[in-house]
Design a protein around this ligand. Sequence first.
Ligand SMILES: C[S@@+](CC[C@H](N)C(=O)[O-])C[C@H]1O[C@@H](n2cnc3c(N)ncnc32)[C@H](O)[C@@H]1O
Length: 278
Amino acid sequence: MVSEGAPAASETAPEPGDAPAFDTSVAHVARVYNYWLGGKDNFAADRAAAQQAMAAFPDIVHSARANRAFLRRVVTYLAGTAGIRQFLDIGTGIPSANNTHEVAQSVAADCRIVYVDNDPVVLAHARALLTSTPEGATDYIDADLRNADQILGKATQTLDFSKPVAVMLMAILQHLNDDHDPYAVVARLMAAVPSGSYLALSHPAKDIHAAEMAEMANRLNQTMAEKVTFRTQAEVAPFFADLELLEPGMTNVPDWRPETAEEANSPAALWAGVARKP
Ligand SMILES: C[S@@+](CC[C@H](N)C(=O)[O-])C[C@H]1O[C@@H](n2cnc3c(N)ncnc32)[C@H](O)[C@@H]1O
């Protein structure tokens, strides 16, 4: 489904009656994360899982919100100073404040955005993501990050891979364990985009508030359908292999170019960075 230069929702987005069925008895990350962000698109199992995680790491709510602020700052920089006009946002999540297309197109109306997620709940909300300025475009692909070739194949309907693309992997790589070879997945995505493209990612940290994060991971792995693997700074760094990290390098999300004292002082535990493909 694609919204090309349409001021309103795509005609091909799901109608209310044909939203895909999903299991509400098991917690899913998109809805758990939505609860932490203060959203209403979650069910009892999601809220229970979210609250158990909060009991282990109370700052998870600040951390999730700091992650969204990081996303907004990154997209503003990429569409503005860096001049990027194409975004591939994988692991989109349920629409929230400052979705990628809203931020990017508020900076440059001709930005083209492809969203990717594998959660049927996010698919059911795709209508809210498939708005676009008349000059730009948005698209939504229902696909799994582990199948990078499928994502790249479908994204060519909206993105021109001969021109720079910002690949965004915000708080998603923790759902690929080491057997899924997440480094190869990211390398495959970055091999498909030309020089001048960017990789922007955030990843829950194993070595910030280590004891609390370990307990939260244990609880989420007992309650949530999608399992998590948190990683250390040294384990996140190889995702940026062969790329040029922008200043200030890899940091905890609040330390990446905060715009206000509130952003700078927010508790969080996510390694993050933005890098350019030379
Ligand atoms: C914690 S949310 C992050 C949302 C958003 N990127 C952000 O940073 O605000 C993770 C999202 O990744 C999606 N996700 C998890 N594993 C995935 C996979 N293997 N393929 C595609 N999407 C996935 C989930 O459905 C969820 O919407």
